[in-house]
Design a protein around this ligand. Structure first.
Ligand SMILES: Cc1cc2nc3c(=O)[nH]c(=O)nc-3n(C[C@H](O)[C@H](O)[C@H](O)COP(=O)(O)O)c2cc1C
Length: 172
C-alpha cells in the first residue's frame, strides 16, 4: 500500500481506450468491499461509460469537472442519508478506495467534488446530476470519480516535500 501511496497523484487526462471488463469488475468489488459505519451500507454507485452521458456530467460545475468528458469511466458516488448519519465518511472511503484500486490496476483517476457545489446560481451540481441520470430523489451525491488509462504522469511527491509538521505526538 505504501508503494501505491508514494505514486498516487490525481490524473485528469486519459487515453480514449476503454477499461477492460475484468478491471471494471475489480473496481466494482473494491467499491462493494468498502467499510461502512455499523455496516449500514448507505451508498449506491452509478457507473457511467456512455460517452454522451460523461460529456453531460462533465458540465456538473463551472470548474474542476470538465475533464470527465475525456475519461472512459465515471463513478457517481451517492448515498441515502436516511440510512446512516455518517454517509459522507462512508462515501469518502469508497471513493478513495476505488481510486487506490484503480492505481493498482495501472489506471489513473481524479475525485470530482459534488456535495456543496453548484451547477449554476440556481441549480446545485447534485440536482443537475440527479436529472441527468434520473436518480431517485432520496439519494444525495458526494463525488464523481473519473477513471481511465493515464495520458499524463504527474511526478510523485517526494518524501522531503511532505508536510511533516502536521504530525503531532502525545498532544499538540
Ligand atoms: C475531497 C476532494 C475533492 C476534490 N475535488 C476535486 C475536483 O472537484 N476537481 C478536481 O479536478 N480535483 C479534485 N480533487 C483532487 C485534488 O485537487 C488533488 O487531490 C490535490 O490537488 C492534490 O493533488 P494530487 O491528488 O495529485 O496529490 C479533490 C480531492 C479531494 C480529496
Amino acid at each position: 500500500m505504501i508503494d501505491l501511496l508514494r505514486k498516487r497523484r490525481s490524473v485528469r487526462k486519459f487515453e480514449s481506450r476503454s477499461i477492460e471488463p475484468d478491471k471494471i469488475e475489480v473496481l466494482k468489488e473494491a467499491l462493494l468491499r468498502s467499510p461502512t459505519s455499523r455496516s449500514l451500507i448507505p451508498w449506491e454507485f452509478v457507473l457511467v461509460d456512455d460517452l454522451a452521458l460523461l460529456k453531460q456530467l462533465s458540465r456538473s460545475k463551472k470548474h474542476g469537472s470538465g475533464f470527465l468528458k475525456g475519461a472512459p469511466l465515471g463513478i457517481v458516488v451517492c448515498a441515502d442519508p436516511a440510512k446512516c448519519d455518517v454517509w459522507i465518511e462512508d462515501c469518502a472511503i469508497a471513493s478513495i478506495l476505488v481510486q487506490m484500486t484503480a492505481l493498482s490496476l495501472g489506471l489513473g483517476s481524479c475525485w470530482i467534488q459534488i456535495r456543496l457545489r453548484q451547477f449554476d446560481t440556481k441549480t446545485t451540481s447534485e440536482e443537475y446530476i440527479r436529472k441527468t441520470l434520473s436518480l431517485p430523489s432520496h439519494l444525495t451525491i458526494l463525488s464523481m470519480i473519473a477513471i481511465g488509462y493515464p495520458a499524463e504522469f504527474p511526478e510523485p511527491v517526494l518524501l522531503s516535500e511532505l508536510p511533516t509538521g502536521k504530525i503531532h505526538s502525545n498532544g499538540w
